[in-house]
Write a protein that binds this ligand. Structure first.
Ligand SMILES: [Zn+2]
Length: 462
């Protein structure tokens, strides 16, 4: 047995930028290559040189399609990575949607910064462009769930469904006689479409690398709170804005609205999905139902054979910019679902600017709001937020419904991790510092495990 190390290149003290490097004497495997998102100091990390020569990496194991897990891949490829990127089918499909959107956004931002002259650089550059994305997509290699595949000379990977989003996986990596388990983003047992996360594999583990997004919290508000908020909003006579992550959250929200309308808990309001990326993702979810994908709950395809689960009744899909703009003057109480989920970019920013100053309107937050995001400012009750360089007064009602989270909360994580039999080491990542500390302490107290919270770039020998 040679030396095996793990280096934490991202998602330390933050929920973004997931990148973990596992090195043996014969190979280097990168688990996820995510983008840093959020406040400027965090985003700036995307521009630091990658600490390992990308051409020396033998394989990337991509756990799922969210940008904070796949968004750095095009830069890795641009800088010389030539080998396969392993991912499940739907992860590859959704990653294509997300990465193309990411390249467009970055190219737009760079152009905008150049025009307005507010960049410190004379000709601001995008991190990567659409060509980088296309060469990245060529490197994807499909893996099936629960099948052990060789990924380099001395390494094997097995992907297990994690119930977080379509295609998502937690991954077992076996390398030079060591076993490592990466939870990535762990789902819950209540997804309306996806099967529950698989149990952890029953073999001795040298290291478990666990997320901790909600490591210090439980999801308390029940789904019934959603109907309460919507009905209160209807009474006020304004419209409802739901910022939602394009992939998966939009689907979950639409299905919840479907249920509430069907059961008569809320009126059959017009619903607009205003995010091109969300609409593309929606098509893949429809496709998964049609082909009865094995990662869906049994019976899903039969249940929805004659009906679209994502159309609660009056669904409009706003694909063009003109359609999106038409939403700024809605004649009746309506629900707009738009990305990004934290109000950091995308069409939702325009809706926030338009809707926040009117006290009849309601914004319902349904996902995690990272520090520094506009969503977090709203969550914290700030009376004005900055949009496009101007302060916008927050007169609209702001509500929060946590039950839509597609991340396990502290109780659920501990319960899932608890099925693992005495891992030699546990590393807590992918959380803000309080959440990481809380989860780490609980795991030490409850299971007497050896738990570390790695610092950025810290290396551990296994
Ligand atoms: Zn995720």
């Amino acid at each position: 047995m040679g030396k095996v190390t793990i280096t934490f290149l991202g998602a330390t003290s933050t929920v973004t930028g997931s990148r973990f490097l596992v090195s043996s004497e014969r190979s280097k495997i990168l688990i996820d290559a995510g983008l840093f998102q959020g406040v400027r100091e965090v985003r700036r990390l995307n521009w630091s040189p990658f600490p390992v020569e990308p051409s020396t990496i033998d394989a990337v194991l991509l756990t799922h399609a969210h940008l904070d897990h796949c968004g750095y891949l095009p830069l890795l490829v641009r800088n010389g990575f030539r080998n396969p990127i392993f991912a499940t089918d739907y992860t590859a499909k959704l990653a294509a949607v997300i990465l193309r959107d990411s390249a467009h956004l970055q190219m737009e931002d760079a152009r905008y910064a150049a025009e307005k002259g507010f960049s410190k650089h004379s000709s601001p550059l995008p991190l990567y462009d659409v060509d980088d994305v296309e060469s990245t997509l060529e490197k994807f290699e499909s893996v099936n769930f629960r099948q052990r595949v060789q990924i380099s000379q001395d390494a094997y990977a097995t992907y297990f469904p994690s119930g977080h989003i379509l295609g998502s996986a937690f991954v077992l990596l076996e390398i030079d006689n060591r076993t490592l388990l990466f939870t990535s983003d762990m789902g819950r047992n209540n997804h309306p479409l996806l099967s529950n996360p698989d149990p952890a594999p029953a073999l001795p583990l040298d290291a478990v690398i666990t997320e901790s997004t909600y490591g210090d919290r439980v999801h308390e508000t029940p789904q019934s709170a959603f109907a309460v908020e919507i009905n209160a909003a209807v009474k006020r006579g304004g419209s409802i804005l739901i910022p939602a992550f394009a992939v998966d959250r939009t689907e979950v929200i639409l299905m919840a609205l479907h249920d509430l309308i069907e059961s008569g808990s809320i009126a059959n309001l017009p619903i607009y999905v205003d995010s091109p990326m969300a609409l593309k993702a929606l098509d893949y979810y429809r496709d998964a139902i049609k082909i009865d994908s094995p990662e869906l709950r049994p019976g899903t395809a039969t249940k929805w054979r004659n009906e679209d689960p994502f159309d609660p009744g009056e669904l409009s899909e706003m694909r063009t910019v003109e359609e999106s703009k038409s939403l700024s003057s809605l004649p009746e109480t309506s629900i707009i679902i738009s990305a990004s989920g934290m109000g950091t970019g995308g069409r939702v920013v325009h809706h926030l600017a338009n809707m926040l100053p009117d006290s009849r309107n309601t914004v319902i937050l349904v996902g995690f709001q990272a520090a520094g995001s506009r969503g977090r400012s709203l969550e914290e009750g700030q009376k004005e937020i900055k949009i496009h360089g101007k302060w916008v007064p927050v007169k609209a009602a702001v509500a929060k419904v946590e039950s839509f989270s597609v991340h396990a909360d502290a109780e659920e994580l501990v319960a899932w991790l608890g099925t693992i039999k005495d891992p030699k080491r546990v590393f807590v990542v992918h959380g803000e510092p309080d959440a990481q500390w809380a989860l780490a302490q609980r795991l030490r107290d409850k299971f007497k495990w050896r738990v570390d919270i790695p610092n950025s770039a810290q290396i551990f020998e296994l």
